[in-house]
Ligand binder design. Structure first.
Ligand code: ADP
Ligand code: ZN
Length: 195
């Protein structure tokens, strides 16, 4: 973002529904930092190995090298002293410790950029992203296109039967929808009907 002065740490958050371009925006910012010859490191949760273990891959196949870690603490321990920009994708899959880790890194003078889902499949705030939005210096919401009506989409519609908060990997399990077309309890109704 503009007016960023080197050596002054801060936190940027990128949130939105699935398919809204969060990973693309994270990759774009990290690439620009690389062009500026800054030392960057990118982390993602181990849980998300859908496309690649050592890359972040967007739905449009844009990719950047990343390190898969188990916990937020691993990000802190894995960040090199001379790293200037720390990128983190799929922030919603980390625990609340990500807040302390993000603050710690920013207080060390690093620029921290975290992308993640702001809401779960029921439309509820998806921790720890809401808390990260609160402590961040900059928050950017990305929007997808509603696949039902074509308007701007902010919700992630689950299409398969599951009441688990985290279901990754299933192709065609989610789509982007706007407020009017979002059916939050569809996944639960499908689950109950087949029970
Ligand atoms: P996110 O990280 O938010 O899930 P990505 O950055 O991985 O999103 O992917 C964004 C890309 O997904 C878009 O640039 C577009 O090519 C593609 N895409 C597929 N479905 C949609 C949709 N319904 N709305 C917008 N983009 C979509
Ligand atoms: Zn719609």
């Amino acid at each position: 973002m503009e007016h960023y002065s080197p050596n002054a740490g801060w936190i940027e958050v990128i949130v939105g529904s699935m398919f809204s371009g969060k990973s693309e925006e994270l990759i774009r910012r990290m690439r620009r930092a690389q062009i500026a010859k800054q030392k960057v490191q990118i982390f993602k949760p181990l849980i998300d190995d859908r496309y690649s273990e050592n890359h972040i891959v967007s739905h449009a196949e844009r990719r950047i090298e990343s390190l898969a870690v188990r916990t937020a603490q691993d990000i802190l321990e894995g960040t090199h002293k001379d790293t200037e920009v720390v990128g983190i994708d799929e922030g919603q899959f980390f625990d609340q410790a990500l807040l302390d880790v993000a603050n710690n890194l920013a207080n060390q003078g690093k620029r921290v950029i975290i992308a993640g889902l702001d809401m779960d499949y029921l439309g509820n705030p998806f921790e720890p992203m809401p808390q990260l939005m609160a402590i961040a210096e900059d928050v950017h919401k990305t929007r997808a296109i509603c696949v039902v009506c074509g308007h701007a989409a902010t919700y992630t519609q689950r299409l398969i039967a599951s009441q688990e908060r985290v279901v990754v990997g299933a192709a065609g399990a989610y789509e982007a929808r706007c407020r009017q077309c979002f059916e939050p309890h569809l996944a639960e109704e499908v689950a109950e009907a087949s029970a």
